[in-house]
Design a protein around this ligand. Structure first.
Ligand code: FAD
Length: 343
């Protein structure tokens, strides 16, 4: 018996909290919501708003289209789809945006000793979590070993010259999957759009990634809730106040399937070629960019709680980890994360 728990629209693992405060004067606010990448985005702007809402919506649409263009593997109109589906090993000219993502992916891939690896696509697809989705079948060991041979950051070459940025695969059938960084990248691009338009008080979010700047409609830092890692309800596990920082959460409880009583998450451990099989169920990271937070949260999720905490401490990350226990959940966090917690 297979139970599949996923997608339509992926629900966010973080929630913005609109705090009620009768004494505070509410400043003007614009809220724009929509869909992108199989998930939801939201833009909240407060204070002085130099752009009309309709105009801002148009600009947002243009950014979303550009993001898809840069990194979508879901649509044959976009570059990465063709990069993945062709055997061409010649260098190909790429956008500055894509190059920036690859640079971040290489850095976090290195720092996590390959736990976060954007060449994981063959394994993600094999387990039924890629664009082709189900039917869900547990792959054979032979299929896993074959797919693992196509995973490794060493098969991706990134370089630049006077003509621009170039990406080359040295293994013809490698498959780059930027799903783990897509939400963070898109969030950062929306944040840049706000700044370009003179908007300095905003919270933008795409799926489980959020970027903030300035103050909310009550003149306070933006308050964000980390959800309890339960797939069927929106219960709050912790609250943080953000003011110019980004936050992202990865979890194993929203996108998974069950077979014969076992839980198979969309987070794959490249070293075993299988969905993670430990008790860490949610990892949240706060960083200066959403791209960075989004890369690290998946990297930490792949490791178990102990290794993730040790690495987060070594790298001085603001990280918050939730693990499943027999009685519910236990949490640990780094000192850097504590500074953001609402007591
Ligand atoms: P995260 O934890 O941030 O990332 C998990 C995802 O990363 C997994 O689903 C897998 O794809 C990948 N991954 C798993 N293990 C690893 C690992 N060890 N290292 C690196 N990566 C790993 N989905 C749709 O259903 N429909 C769409 O139309 C659609 N369009 C998209 C367009 C774009 C441009 C992008 C980037 C993604 C799109 N997606 C779409 C995918 C969907 O948005 C992703 O499932 C989502 O981004 C994953 O985010 P998350 O927060 O759930 O998981």
């Amino acid at each position: 018996m297979i139970n599949v728990f996923t997608k339509g629209l992926l629900l966010s693992t973080l929630i913005t909290v609109l705090s009620a405060c009768n004494k505070c004067h509410m400043r003007p606010q614009i809220i724009i919501n929509g869909n992108i990448m199989g998930t939801v985005y939201s833009v909240k702007v407060s204070g002085h708003i130099p752009v009309k809402k309709a105009c801002l919506q148009q600009k947002i649409n243009a950014v979303l289209e550009q993001v898809n263009n840069d990194i979508s593997t879901y649509n044959a109109n976009y570059f990465l789809f063709h990069f993945n589906h062709s055997n061409n090993t010649h260098p190909q000219l790429i956008s500055r945006g894509l190059a920036n993502i690859i640079i971040m992916a290489q850095r976090i891939g290195h720092d996590t000793s390959g736990a976060m690896d954007i060449t994981i696509g063959s394994l993600v697809n094999l387990w039924g979590f890629g664009p082709d989705k189900k039917p869900v079948k547990i792959p054979t060991e032979q299929q896993i070993v074959e797919a693992q041979k196509k995973v490794g950051l060493q098969y991706l070459n990134l370089f630049s010259n006077h003509r621009g940025e170039w990406l080359q695969k040295t293994l013809p059938n490698i498959y780059v999957d930027l799903s783990t960084l897509g939400e963070g990248y898109c969030t950062d691009e929306l944040a840049k759009l706000m700044m370009r338009n003179g908007i300095t008080n905003y919270l933008v979010s795409v799926g489980g990634a959020i970027s903030t700047h300035g103050l909310n409609g009550h003149g306070k830092p933006w308050r964000v809730a980390i959800q309890q890692p339960i797939d069927y309800k929106n219960a709050v596990q912790a609250l943080v106040d953000l003011h110019g920082y980004s936050i992202s959460t990865a979890g194993s409880y929203r996108n998974y399937f069950e077979k014969d009583g076992l839980h198979y998450s969309h987070v794959i451990d490249p070293s075993i070629g299988k969905p993670i099989q430990h008790h860490l169920v949610s990892a949240t990271v706060i960083a200066s960019s959403a791209l960075e937070a989004d890369g690290w949260d998946t990297g930490l999720m792949v490791l178990d709680t102990e290794k993730a905490l040790k690495l987060a401490q070594e790298k001085e990350l603001a990280a918050y980890l939730i693990s499943a226990t027999n009685n519910g959940f236990s949490t640990v966090m780094t000192t850097q994360f504590k500074a953001f917690m609402v007591q």
